[in-house]
Design a protein around this ligand. Structure first.
Ligand SMILES: COc1ccc(S(=O)(=O)N2Cc3cc(-c4ccc(C=O)o4)ccc3N(Cc3cncn3C)C[C@H]2Cc2ccc(O)cc2)cc1
Ligand SMILES: [Zn+2]
Length: 331
């Protein structure tokens, strides 16, 4: 049966970045602790804080976030015994939330608020004989956790704590004939995992090992007539894939292979002028996750930043303030 493979953008879609709306949306997210979505996302709270803070930083509005409360929360989420950090108080430590915590503390320059050596010990303890990384004590392997490990240790200036060559060997063992990467050896190529693998190789200074042209070709093939990008062939476009694809292309210095004007339209159409925030596709419910990635790519594309747009830059969101001023985006 024929299934819809793209979306059509409506005429009355937003045509500019509604930055004040997004700032208000993120500032009020989580104020009402009984809010349904807030309660349902307790299991990823640490990452939710990271996504909201980074989005606010991109808009130069991070002063609206409760800094001291966040730092206190992170400190109480570190597991004293393993050194790892959990998504919420009383949850199990995990590589995903350990990275989010270190990214937030790095943005606040408050890594001193936790036992950094304990974090290093936890991350190193997750590396396996084949160079891969577990996500937590239960032993799930995924190239996402390779990225978490090297990004986290890079922020702590402690890459010496793991076997870099074996980490690189495992990532390369996940490369497919299309130049892309999956979660494990033999897994099909997926834009989110390509971002993790390219980011890992970039931090390990092994971009030479990539088949850059084949990979960039597969990435720019993600763009659909609506301007949006999907994560795999035959899938619907989804805003967050704009980030996974565009950041990967940026690291490959082939960002010009995508139709930016078309993509910009799709990104702006994913804004909700009522609630504020971005959703995965026009008309869906907005969330902090898609709001970060919509802003990260939107602000870059829309303001035509010349600077190379790297995974680490967006995490520090050291956005060029005067460029935002130039486009009178100061809110
Ligand atoms: C709504 O269903 C999901 C499915 C998976 C997840 S996830 O945690 O595995 N994850 C991140 C993610 C988060 C949200 C979300 C909603 C509210 C908040 C508050 O901060 O965040 C929503 C989706 C989402 N996904 C799922 C997704 C995104 N686009 C399409 N889908 C199906 C991504 C998912 C995997 C992930 C990606 C990056 C990352 O740093 C961590 C996890 C979360 C909700
Ligand atoms: Zn998405």
């Amino acid at each position: 049966a024929f299934t819809k493979k793209d979306v059509t953008l409506s005429e009355d879609r937003p045509k500019t970045l509604l930055l004040q709306k997004h700032s208000d949306y993120l500032a009020s997210y989580g104020l009402n602790k009984d809010d349904y979505e807030y309660c349902m996302t307790e299991y990823l709270r640490m990452s939710g804080i990271y996504w909201s803070l980074t989005a606010m930083e991109i808009m130069n509005e991070s002063s609206r976030m409760p800094k001291e409360e966040i730092i206190e929360f992170i400190s109480s989420c570190q597991d004293k015994e393993s050194g790892g950090i959990s998504a919420s108080i009383g949850h199990d430590p995990h590589m995903l939330y350990t990275l989010s915590a270190i990214q937030v503390l790095s943005m606040y320059d408050r890594v001193d608020a936790i036992d950094a050596e304990g974090v290093v010990r936890y991350v190193a303890s997750m590396q396996q004989e084949d160079g891969s990384f577990f996500g937590d004590q239960w032993g799930e392997v995924d190239t996402r956790f390779s990225f978490c490990a090297v990004m986290c240790l890079s922020l702590l200036h402690r890459l010496d704590a793991i076997n870099i060559n074996k980490a690189v060997d495992f990532v390369l063992s996940c490369m497919n004939f299309d130049g892309g990467f999956g979660s494990k050896p033999g897994s099909e190529s997926h834009a989110g995992l390509i971002y993790c693998c390219v980011g890992t190789l970039s931090i390990c200074k092994r971009m030479d090992a990539l088949h850059a042209d084949e990979l960039a070709w597969w990435l720019c093939e993600r763009q659909l007539p609506s301007g949006g990008l999907n994560g795999r062939p035959e899938k619907l476009p989804d805003l967050c894939y704009s980030w996974w694809v565009m950041s990967s292309l940026s690291m490959l210095n082939r960002i010009h292979w995508v139709d930016k004007k078309n993509l910009e339209q799709f990104i702006l159409a994913c804004q909700d002028p009522e609630t504020g925030g971005f959703s995965d596709r026009p008309g869906d419910i907005t969330d902090p996750f898609h709001t970060l990635f919509g802003l990260a790519v939107g602000v870059n594309l829309f303001l035509c930043f010349t600077r190379v747009f790297y995974y680490s830059d967006v995490f520090f969101a050291n956005v060029n303030r005067n460029l935002l001023q130039e486009y009178d985006y100061i809110i």
